[in-house]
Structure formats: C-alpha cells, structure tokens
Design a protein. Structure first.
Lengths: 244, 244
C-alpha cells in the first residue's frame, strides 16, 4: 500500500475561495497537518485527526506528515494561500532530500489562491503587467539578498508584491525596503496595503509611495508596489496591458 | 438600479480548480462575455446569454460588457486563470478611463488559479522562493522591454515564469529569451515546460537550460525557469526556502 500526501492551499481566508479539489482532499484525509490558525479552517469530522503545530516548525511538520503517509495513511498538509508560494510545499520537498523511500510516496500539490492574487483583485488589476513576488521575511535569507532583488525589480520596472513585510521579531526590514524603493521610484507610485483579505478584518488602502510608512503593514498584510505605469482610475488601481 | 460587472477567473482548465465564488457569479449572471474557448467552459442554462468574441478584442469586449452592465444587467466577464494576471481585468479598467459614468458601476474582480501556480504545483514547488512573472507576448510591448526584464530577473536571481512564450504570429521571441537566459544562467538550471495543465492535453517536462529549445513551447505552454538554487529531488523540482 502506497501512502498519499496532499499539500493543499486554503486560499487567503474566505471559504468561497477554496477550490473544490482542495475541499475534496480535506474530506478524504485521515490526518491533516498545519500551522494552528490554518488547521482551525478545516471542518472537523469523526475519524479525522488534526495535527496543529507552530509557525516555525515547517520541516518537522513535513517529516511527521511524510512518516505517517509512509504508514499508508491519507495525509493532507494545509497552507494558507498557495502551498507552493512561500509556504509548506518546499518544506516537504526539502524533507525528501535524504529519504529516497519517502520520494516513492504518492505526493501531490493542489494550488490555491495566493495572497497577492486576492489582494490585487480587491484593488483592481495591479498585477496585469509583468510583476515579481518577494518574501521580505529575512529569517531564511540575508537582507542583502532582499535589497538586491528590490533593486533588480526597480531596474526591470516590475510591479512588486511583498509577502511577510513585517513581523514583531524583525520589524525593521520593511522600512529598509521602502527606503530602497524611494531611491529608485517616483514618489507618486501607488502602494497598496492589503490586510487580511477575505476575512472579517479585511482592509485595503492605496497611498503614494511618498506617504507609505512601515507601520501601515503588519504580519497579515500583503503589499503591492506599482511599476512606472501603474495608475488609478476611479477607486481602482491597475497596470495597463500595453507599453508603447 | 446599479448594474454589476464581475470579472471572474476560471482557473487553468479543470472544473475542480474553479472557486465556489466564481461558480456562484456565473450562476447569477444574465450575460457572460469572454474569449470563445473560455465561454465554452461556462455551463449553459435558460436565461443566460453568452457573448463569445475573438482573442484580440479585449477592449471592445470590456466596453460591450460595461455598456450592458450600465443598463442594469448582471454581467460576468470570464478569463482563463486569474483575470488580473495578463488577462481581462486590465482591459475593463482601461475602458473606464474616459467614462466616469461606468466607474460608478458595481465592479468586482474574483481571483482564479493562474497558470503559473497550477504548473508549479504539478512540477513540485519551483515558486517557493522569490520569483517573477513575465508575459513574453510582444504584441503589447517592445521586445527590448522583455529583454530588459529577463536581464533584471537574472541580476536579482529570481525564478521566472513565462506566460505566452510562443505563438504562431511571433514565434521568435521565446528563442531570443532563451538566448538571453543562456548568457546569464548556468546550463544545468531546470526549465519546466507545462502545457495545458488541468486539461486532458496536459504534459509537464523538465529539462536543463542547455537542452531547452523554443519549439518545446506552444501557445498553451507555461514555462518556469529556476533560479540559481532551484533543484530536483526525485521526480520533483523545487526552490528551497532558505538562502544562507
């Protein structure tokens, strides 16, 4: 018997944004692993075991889930948003590196609505032209690499989506990112702060870069910085399709 | 009576990847607009009028949909994938530019699973670290800008997702993109060709950059090029979360 592990994306928060294939995978699982707040979004039912763990324990969680799948159980690991974007899928593949036995398991990734898509949809269409996504959390990479990427994104005139702009343990990274942006972008460029999209706490506001402050973001905020062509029309923000 | 226009993402192809909020919007619409092949994915029912149009007519389609919404009807415009990523949402906001009356309509964007998320999920987790998305179609921008962005993405060591790599009318752009990549990236870097993900025609293959050829992509292919850290484990391709 070959065990199965499904890495499933719950989307940003609203049940109406969870895909049917993800709902089906959750309904079929014997055991579901995930960070505590995401696990609470899984409907409870008899026969389902929930394994909640802490935020910083992705690799240990992946190994525990793989070990149980190897026993022949039907396992799901859940992430908020898309599991392949700054989330659990990479931790599972990292856990496979030294375990050829686990590589033989039936492992699949089910995509989800990642935060930048939900945030962009609320604002208008800021990601309608070439863009990049940068994780501002510096607990897995040096800030120098983040700075290099922001400068490259400015050089390429990409729209930028920033994940994890700010956390209690490293509050200064986003302020440094804003300082780099101000060196290379005009002060009127739109900056979208999209907090907790799809939840009752949702709040989306757009300000010019000159007025963007680090304390406008917290750990539930996704930030989108426009390119040189991103503009407002009425209450919306979008990036035109064409550059002439 | 205020008309409503919903711009909805159908995901890459599989019905199981359409979100419930998009399905509900399609069920509530009086009229649905879209490119012919996407319109065929909408379930027919009595009272629903389908307005199929050609691929190159986004702005005319947006204006026709807005005009009908202004009459008080319940309109949906559908895109494949996510409507905000190289798709219909920007055309709608462009159509609003000189029409303050249309700006007062109830307009909303419903996100969908965009092609790069579905492709990445099939391959493993190549987008698990900072990445960018570039539309290689040069009918709305000069190739010089595409080249500048690929060079910037190499300078920033981003994973890259290429939309619309190749079409019958402009087959040479992707070959030029591959040539730029070969100047700036090592020959073993993984390149994923994901064709028609979520449909019966799905085919996903990964080759080293040195073996990537332009004719491996067609207009239904999404291409992902790894960063310097993207690697293979077993049959999967992923980009580790950490850079030390």
């Amino acid at each position: 018997m070959i065990g199965r592990l499904t890495i499933a994306g719950l989307g940003p928060g609203a049940a109406a944004q969870v895909t049917p294939e993800v709902s089906a995978a959750l309904a079929a699982a014997s055991d579901i692993f995930g960070y505590g707040p995401y696990i609470t979004r899984v409907p409870a039912r008899p026969g389902l075991t929930l394994h909640a763990s802490d935020n910083r324990e992705e690799l240990a969680r992946a190994r525990a889930a793989l070990a149980l799948a190897a026993e022949g159980r039907e396992i799901a690991i859940v992430s908020s948003g898309d599991p392949g974007v700054f989330a659990m899928a990479a931790a599972v593949f990292e856990a496979l590196e030294d375990r050829p036995d686990w590589q033989a398991l039936d492992i699949r990734v089910l995509p989800g609505i990642t935060a930048m898509l939900a945030a962009a949809a609320r604002a208008g269409a800021p990601l309608a032209h070439d863009f990049c996504a940068i994780n501002l959390s510096d607990n897995l990479k040096p800030f120098a690499l983040i700075a290099r990427r922001i400068r490259a994104a400015l050089a390429g005139d990409f729209v930028m989506a920033f994940y994890n702009p700010r956390s209690l343990s490293r509050p200064e990274g986003f302020a440094r990112a804003l300082a780099i942006l101000r060196e290379g972008a005009e002060p009127g460029r739109p900056v979208i702060f999209a907090r907790a999209v799809g939840t009752p706490d949702e709040r989306v506001e757009t300000v010019p870069l000159a007025e963007a402050r680090a304390d406008m973001a917290d750990m539930r905020t996704l930030v989108i910085v426009g390119s040189s062509t991103t503009r407002r029309v009425g209450r919306f923000v979008y990036t035109p399709r064409a550059v002439r």
